[in-house]
Design a protein around this ligand. Structure first.
Ligand SMILES: [Fe+2]
Length: 204
């Protein structure tokens, strides 16, 4: 497998290491107020990148002003097989059925595949569950690329700025189907727990 790529491509495609992380994440409070608010605990409980990595979440910091010619994005796509891309904009005036879609994105769900997003402009929150069933909120903005592994419980919301422009990537023909929780019998959930359940517990 590694022989198909140059050393440079493999190095460019490496996800962020914890010490170079620019991604801010925190454990959420349990208030039921507007989903677009940060929902930080008092005091704030940050979630370091190591903890996200143990849950299988990967991230990169890219130059969103030159994504069309960025060798780093090209290397990530090549090494990880992300053949499909499309760019979507989520805002009140750009997305038909905005209110319903925002509610749908915020339903806790899993997928049969990775969820891969590259933020080209704007901001938003990806929430993932840890193994104790706590919500971790990941603050994503322009230049952040994030991969949520197959089978992780997650959801998405815009923040109070109500605008994000993101590239969605996929291996092959895209399937965006969400499977709302509970999905304990779903093969992708079992696969996730086999890959990250034990490792995360052992490392805790
Ligand atoms: Fe999703």
């Amino acid at each position: 497998m590694a022989g198909e790529f140059t050393a440079e491509e493999l190095a460019l495609a490496e996800p962020q290491r914890p010490e170079e992380s620019t991604l801010e994440a925190w454990y959420m409070d349990d208030s039921q107020t507007d989903q677009r608010l940060p929902h930080k605990r008092v005091p704030n409980k940050p979630c370091p990148l190591e903890a996200l990595r143990r849950l299988g979440v990967l991230s990169w910091r890219l130059d969103a002003d030159r994504w069309e010619s960025d060798p780093k994005l090209a290397a990530i796509r090549k090494v990880r097989g992300y053949s499909y891309t499309e760019v979507i904009t989520i805002s009140k005036d750009k997305l038909p059925g905005y209110e319903e879609k925002i509610k749908m994105f915020y339903e806790e769900h899993i997928h049969n595949d990775e969820e891969i997003r590259y933020i080209l402009d704007g901001t938003g929150y990806f929430d993932v569950r840890d193994l104790d069933d706590e919500w971790i909120r990941i603050n994503c903005g322009k230049g952040d690329m994030i991969v949520l592994p197959e089978g992780i419980y997650h959801r998405f919301t815009l923040d109070e700025r109500d605008y994000i422009k993101a590239m969605r990537l996929f291996v092959g023909a895209p399937i965006w189907t969400p499977f709302n929780r509970p999905q304990e019998e779903h093969p992708s959930r079992a696969k996730y727990l086999a890959a990250f359940g034990g490792a995360a517990v052992a490392a805790a």
